[in-house]
Design a protein around this ligand. Structure first.
Ligand code: MF3
Ligand code: CO
Length: 255
């Protein structure tokens, strides 16, 4: 399938999905504390989405068993929420989820510290968010996907971290994954040209150590190859003729 350009009507549905999504993230964020299980966080996320008329698009996607991907410490992405997985002081937790609203999707991820975390973990979280915004600056028509990739990658590597290569960002719309891929590393080809109406998910996944990852036996959880911690930050971004617009947001909720 080729890259789709969204109409105003489609964009407003994606923005509504984004408002629901941001609210679900905010409710989960507020609940994070030592002693809570990743299952409980998932339930909070799912309930919030449903209460606002959204659907948890991850639930049942390719057989995924929950509404939210919750990845702790050395888990990079796609961790499965579990009643037995209890968060502890000092953990880094990444929440990645997708809302579907009237056929349209919005996808975002946030990483947080649980209680007090180490200065090196704080720095990883800060740089991971920063690397998204470096990519966002490249989101103007005429630039290419490769400009985003390079900006993210440069920020991550300049700070000494591993930028995961095994997974990428992506287009989004009536499906949660559409063309084009949005890598977090430079590729030989500069990729498609950005055009107004394109909607993409930019999602740096950054490791304290090596960028190399393993895929675990549960079929989902991706972990760092060296066991070091990882962080993930993602938003759904609309390209316009002027500045890009983050669709995965809500008034009064911090990005
Ligand atoms: N944001 C995640 C991704 O783009 C959502 C995955 S949902 C899952 O990979 F069902 F695949 F887990
Ligand atoms: Co995504």
């Amino acid at each position: 399938m080729k890259i789709t350009l969204k109409s105003r009507g489609e964009i407003s549905l994606m923005a509504e999905a984004g408002r629901i999504l941001a609210t679900a993230h905010e409710e989960m964020r507020k609940a994070i504390r030592p002693g809570i299980s990743t299952y409980e966080l998932d339930q909070i996320g799912e309930k919030t989405m449903r209460s606002m008329g959204g659907n948890p698009a991850c639930l049942g996607y390719e057989g995924y068993p929950a509404a939210v991907c919750i990845s702790v410490n050395d888990e990079v992405v796609h961790g499965i929420p579990k009643k037995e997985r209890i968060l502890a002081e000092g953990d880094v937790v990444s929440l990645d989820t997708v809302v579907e609203y009237q056929g349209y999707h919005c996808d975002s991820a946030r990483s947080y510290g649980v209680g007090q975390i180490s200065p090196e973990a704080e720095r990883l979280l800060r740089v991971t968010k920063e690397s998204f915004f470096e990519g966002l600056k490249m989101c103007i028509p005429g630039n290419h996907i490769g400009d985003i990739s390079r900006a993210v990658f440069d920020c991550v590597t300049r700070n000494g971290y591993g930028s995961v290569r095994a997974l990428t960002g992506h287009g989004i719309g009536t499906s949660m994954h559409e063309e084009p891929n949005v890598p977090n590393f430079p590729t030989f080809f500069k990729g498609p040209k950005l055009k107004p109406g394109m909607v993409i998910c930019i999602e740096p996944m950054n490791n304290l150590g090596t960028y190399d990852v393993n895929f675990s036996d549960d079929g989902w959880t991706v972990t760092t190859a060296d066991g070091e911690i990882s962080a993930h930050y993602e938003n759904t971004v609309l390209i316009t003729k002027n500045s890009p617009v983050i669709l995965s947001r809500a008034d009064g909720i911090e990005l």
